[in-house]
Design a protein around this ligand. Structure first.
Ligand code: GLA
Length: 742
């Protein structure tokens, strides 16, 4: 359905103008709203024919008032107060443009004038396309804005088209520009490293630039994440205040730059990192940027997360509404050291614990160069016949006989120099002429800009799944980033295309897999959480949050991860104690109580568990399957106590069903508390008028963590008075089922 306001110019302009410089065709002061159920973006076209970004906030009753505003849209003040919707370099007042390029005639200026707007709505998504045209050069830019109505999420991206005969080179081409005006800006963003991904930090933005970026090519979210929460005027609160969440759907180099300018306005640019990425477009060629996803909340960052989660389940994450199986991954249980018997024993134990999927991790392949460590064999995707003489099918059949699904680890983008693949195809390796090849984890990267390499990678997956149609799950790993960028495939004058073409190449393989194997579950792993972004998630069912499975560390990591990404996709495993990465000793109950707030799995050798531990694990898995998994999958997340902000060493969150009839409360003690200090937890997210029974589960002793265990309270009491839990020592935890009583 096209908004009548937009029909006017678009129809006239949609055809016939290609190749000719655009005249200024807009009538003055047109107002273009983009609307979701609760929020709105507003653009206007000024008398100078520029498309101006005016507003992102709660939905307004009368947007026409934007055309009355004095002081804006007047040509004589455009250099002072206007922010173009997609600022290009050359004619406007912006320090960091969204688009800069070298035109075919060598000139550096771009000036985009509004040409038309089209708006359609289908299945709850309003799609607006603004068409802009350079006033001198044969160049068209389309700005796309998708507005996901019920989720209050918008996606922005740009398409640049070279309409001329000569080549143009894009120097920077961001997905999105936004501008905010507030008295202060607080940015929550994420940082970390291997085994410590997604720590979050909030800082006040001061005048100047703050940049979140990656130049790693792959494993781009290992250190920072292309996402944030921006709070206007005051630090972010969970249930109040104006917050904007942002996340870039791209697995390659990214850059999000926040500039508080001399007027104390905040400008945000988000998209592919321009770092060494000049991209040439030949005659008629177009460049489409990845999508930048936003959500706005006038009720704090809690709603930002819930909007992202709802949107991800419906529109991004693969199979976003389906429950994920409880799995046992072999990695920390055996590492490279296994044979058939070790694995089948693990499967037997897994089945007895109630696990539903067994995942065979690294170490199952390579013959000339057997994969017994990370030093060799990567790239040789043939079953290691010494370890597994009867092949994968024997294992798959055994899993089946135990009622388990079977999954497998691959890392098809990479190669060990000591491998048959590297011997056969040295030119497939990312490299720069004459330079020593620097390994990372003893491995090199394959060049996915090359179609032959993409075909090889596709075949790794296709051959596995064709030979073994019962493989239900693939863990796709990527354990290094890009150094010595260079491709033997790309022409000399296109080497800077590498970064973009690599990611596009990767996506084309994922796409092929999804088309042929829609039901196979895929996990995105890149040394843990190195590929946690909404670009990769559209092809994956989940991500490996971190190689660090220490429950205490995971409380912090999962808190931060779930600010942006949904719990159902957050793979969270119970592993051995002391934790292999941290050496910290934690009780099994604590480990389960933490892992159960995400996609529950185990990653240890079950035969090392005592009978008491096994009995606890069995019961916890039953609880998860019976009560918790549906809430992890489809529920709303309410964070109740932040581990980062709590002064007395606690953390708590709750998952609530959409109809508010059922919830699960997780509470953790992250450090020792002095006598008498107990967390009072206010249960947000329930229905004030409904009555609920609280029942503690995953108990290890008859002691009650809450005096009201088994009692009935109404939602109002639980929110306003709250519950005070008897958990005071480090690593104590409690899980409560909260069920409506009619
Ligand atoms: C990476 C992954 C681990 C495991 C190993 C296998 O580190 O993050 O989970 O799969 O590789 O080598």
């Amino acid at each position: 359905m096209m908004n009548p306001l937009f029909k006017t110019l678009f129809a006239a302009l949609a055809c016939g103008l290609a190749g000719s410089p655009a005249a200024v065709l807009a009538t003055p002061r047109q107002v273009y709203p983009v609307t979701t159920e609760k929020t709105q973006l507003v653009y206007t076209v000024g008398e100078d024919g520029k498309l101006i970004f005016r507003y992102y906030g709660p939905r307004l009753h009368d947007v026409d008032q934007f055309s009355r505003t004095k002081g804006y849209n007047r040509p004589d003040c455009r250099r002072e107060a206007n922010y173009e919707a997609y600022p290009a370099f050359g004619m406007g007042y912006v320090t960091e443009p969204a688009l800069s390029m070298v035109n075919a005639d060598g000139s550096l200026i771009t000036e985009l004038a509004f040409e038309g707007c089209e708006q359609t709505t289908e299945a709850g998504v309003e799609h607006t396309v603004f068409t802009l045209r350079d006033r001198v050069q044969p160049l068209r830019v389309q700005l796309h804005v998708e507005a996901y109505q019920a989720e209050d999420v918008v996606a922005q991206w740009a398409v640049i088209e070279n309409l001329g005969r000569g080549e143009v080179t894009l120097q920077r081409v961001y997905s999105s520009f936004m501008n905010f005006r507030a008295n202060a800006y607080y940015l929550t963003h994420f940082y970390g490293t291997w085994a410590s991904e997604m720590k979050c930090i909030e800082e006040r933005l001061e005048p100047g630039f703050k940049v979140i970026e990656s130049k790693k090519g792959i494993r781009t979210t290992q250190s920072e994440n292309a996402s944030f929460i921006l709070s206007l005027d005051a630090p972010a609160q969970e249930n109040s205040g104006r917050c904007i969440g942002g996340a870039l759907a791209w697995s390659g180099n990214y850059k999000l730059s926040f500039e508080v300018d001399e007027r104390d306005h905040l400008s945000l640019l988000a998209g592919i990192n321009p770092f060494l990425s000049a991209y040439t477009l030949g005659r008629g060629e177009r460049f489409e940027t990845p999508k930048m996803i936003y959500t706005y909340s006038a009720e704090g960052q809690g709603e930002v997360s819930r909007n992202f989660h709802d949107w991800a389940r419906k529109y991004s994450l693969h199979a976003g509404m389906s429950e994920r199986p409880v799995l046992l991954n072999s990695w920390e249980g055996t590492y490279f050291d296994f044979d058939e018997k070790v694995l089948t024993d693990m499967m037997d134990d897994a089945a007895a614990l109630g696990i539903e999927l067994f995942v065979l991790d690294d170490g199952w392949f390579g013959n000339k160069y057997p994969r017994n460590s990370d030093k060799m064999g990567l790239g040789d995707w043939q079953v290691n016949s010494r370890k597994l003489p009867r092949g994968l099918q024997y294992l798959i059949d055994h899993a089946k006989s135990k009622g388990l699904k079977f999954g497998i680890w691959i890392e098809p983008e990479m190669v060990n120099p000591k491998s048959e693949l590297a011997e056969r195809h040295p030119d497939w390796i990312v490299q720069s002429p004459g330079r020593e090849q620097i390994t990372m984890r003893n491995q090199l990267l394959l060049d996915l800009t090359n179609p032959a390499v993409r075909e090889f990678v596709w075949k790794v997956v296709d051959d596995l799944l064709t030979a073994h149609p019962d493989i239900a799950y693939i863990k796709w790993d990527a354990n290094r980033h890009v150094e010595q960028v260079g491709s033997t495939y790309l022409p000399d004058d296109r080497q800077t295309h590498f970064w973009v073409d690599y990611t596009r190449g990767l996506y084309s393989i994922y796409q092929r897999i999804r088309e042929k194997y829609p039901d196979v579950m895929l996990q995105a792993c890149a040394s843990g959480g190195g590929r946690v972004d909404y670009g990769s998630l559209q092809y994956h069912d989940e991500f490996w949050t971190s190689d660090n499975t220490d429950a205490l560390q995971r409380i912090y990591m999962q808190y931060a991860t779930n600010l942006i990404y949904p719990p159902m996709a957050t793979a969270s495993h119970v592993s051995a104690s002391p934790g292999h990465q941290t050496g910290i000793i934690t009780p099994l109950k604590f480990r389960f109580d933490v892992a159960m707030s995400g996609r529950l799995g185990m990653e240890l050798q079950p035969k090392n568990m005592s009978e008491t531990e096994k009995a606890f694990a069995r019961e916890a898995i039953v609880n998860y399957k019976t009560h918790i998994r549906e809430l992890v999958t489809r529920g709303d997340l309410y964070r109740l106590i932040s581990p980062y902000a709590c002064t007395n060493n606690h953390a708590a969150n709750m998952l609530v069903s959409k109809d508010k009839s059922k919830a699960v409360l997780f509470a953790y003690c992250t450090g020792f508390n002095r006598r008498g200090v107990r967390p009072t937890i206010h249960l947000h997210g329930l229905d004030a008028a409904k009555r609920y029974r609280l029942t503690e589960i995953n108990k290890i002793s008859p002691r009650k963590s809450f005096w009201g265990d088994g009692e009935v309270f109404d939602g109002e009491y639980l929110k306003e008075v709250g519950v005070e839990l008897q958990i005071a020592r480090q690593y104590e935890s409690a899980v409560f089922l909260i069920e409506e009583v009619k």
